[in-house]
Write a protein that binds this ligand. Structure first.
Ligand SMILES: C[S@@+](CC[C@H](N)C(=O)[O-])C[C@H]1O[C@@H](n2cnc3c(N)ncnc32)[C@H](O)[C@@H]1O
Length: 255
C-alpha cells in the first residue's frame, strides 16, 4: 500500500486539481466543530490546507512519506501562521496514538476504501473514535456501491484524462483499468500515467491498488461497533440525501 501512494504522490495534485466540491463541505463541518481537526490520510493537503487557512489547527496524518513531503513543500509556501497550524504526522491510521483529542475527524475521498479487510476497517474507525473528544464527529466519504456497480468491468484500458500543468507545461495522459470482484466487494484499479516530453518521448508509470467498497448499513454497523452513532448519510458533498444513484456515501458519525 505504501509504495502505491508514494508513487502516486508525483501525480496527485495534477490529477486532483479539479476535485474541489468536498472542500467546502469540510470547511462547513470545521466551522461547526472548531479545532483541533484530525485528517486521516491527508495526502498532499488538498483538504488540510484550506482548513488551516480558515484558522483551524489540523493534525494531518498519512502513511506515505512522499505525500507528506509534498504537503510540507506546500506548507513552506504558506504564511508562517498558516503553516504553524498544520502538524504533518507520518503514521498508520489503523494504529494511531497521537495522545490528544480532536473536535472533528475526517477521512475524505475514498481513503477508507483502502482498508481492505474488516480488521483494518474497524482499526481505522477505532483510531478515529479514540482520538475524538466526547461529542466529536467523524466524517467518512466513500464511493456509493451502487454507483460502482454501474462501472463496466473488465481488463480494458481507457484514457481517463489528459492532464496539463499550465505553469510547467507538463503533460500527462492518465489511463485506467478497473476490475471488480463483487463477491469480495473488491475493486482492482490499475492507473497508468504517461508523461509526454517535449520531444514526444513517453515515460510510463504503472500503479496498482485494491479498494474495498462498503454498503450503507454495513458501514453503519462498523461505525456502531466501535461506539459511534450515525447522525446522517449524505449522497454528495452538497449534503444531498443519500439515494440509490448517489455517487458518494458520506457518513457523519458522533462519538
Ligand atoms: C485518496 S488519498 C486522499 C488524500 C487527501 N485526504 C485528499 O482528500 O486529497 C488517500 C491517502 O491516504 C493515505 N493512506 C492510505 N493508507 C493509509 C494508512 N493506513 N494510514 C495513513 N494514511 C494512509 C495515502 O497515503 C493517501 O495519501
Amino acid at each position: 500500500m505504501t509504495n502505491f501512494f508514494d508513487d502516486l504522490a508525483r501525480f496527485y495534485d495534477l490529477d486532483h486539481a479539479l476535485v474541489r466540491d468536498d472542500v467546502e463541505m469540510y470547511r462547513q463541518f470545521a466551522a461547526q466543530s472548531g479545532s483541533p481537526i484530525l485528517e486521516l490520510g491527508c495526502g498532499t493537503g488538498r483538504v488540510a490546507l484550506p482548513l488551516a487557512r480558515d484558522g483551524h489547527e489540523v493534525a494531518a496524518v498519512d502513511i506515505s512519506p512522499a505525500m507528506l513531503a509534498a504537503l510540507r513543500a506546500k506548507l513552506a509556501q504558506e504564511p508562517p501562521e498558516v503553516a504553524a497550524r498544520v502538524r504533518a504526522v507520518q503514521a498508520d491510521m489503523r494504529r494511531l496514538a497521537l495522545g490528544r483529542e480532536f473536535a472533528l475527524a475526517l477521512c475524505p475521498l475514498n481513503t477508507f476504501m483502502h482498508m481492505t479487510t474488516q480488521a483494518d476497517q474497524l482499526a481505522t474507525l477505532g483510531s478515529a473514535y479514540r482520538h475524538l473528544a466526547p461529542g466529536g464527529r467523524l466524517i467518512v466519504d466513500v464511493a456509493s456501491p451502487l454507483a460502482l456497480l454501474l462501472i463496466p468491468t473488465g481488463e480494458g484500458l481507457s484514457l481517463q484524462s489528459e492532464l496539463r500543468d499550465a505553469a510547467s507545461g507538463r503533460s500527462v495522459q492518465k489511463f485506467t483499468s478497473v476490475r471488480f470482484d463483487h463477491a469480495r466487494q473488491m475493486q482492482y484499479l490499475t492507473l497508468i500515467y504517461d508523461e509526454v516530453g517535449a520531444d514526444g518521448t513517453v515515460r510510463r508509470t504503472t500503479l496498482r491498488t485494491e479498494l474495498r467498497y462498503v454498503f450503507r448499513f454495513e458501514m453503519q454497523l462498523l461505525l456502531e461497533r466501535v461506539g459511534f452513532t450515525v447522525e446522517d448519510v449524505y449522497g454528495s458533498p452538497d449534503l444531498e440525501p443519500y439515494e440509490a444513484l448517489s455517487e458518494n456515501m458520506i457518513f457523519v458519525a458522533r462519538r
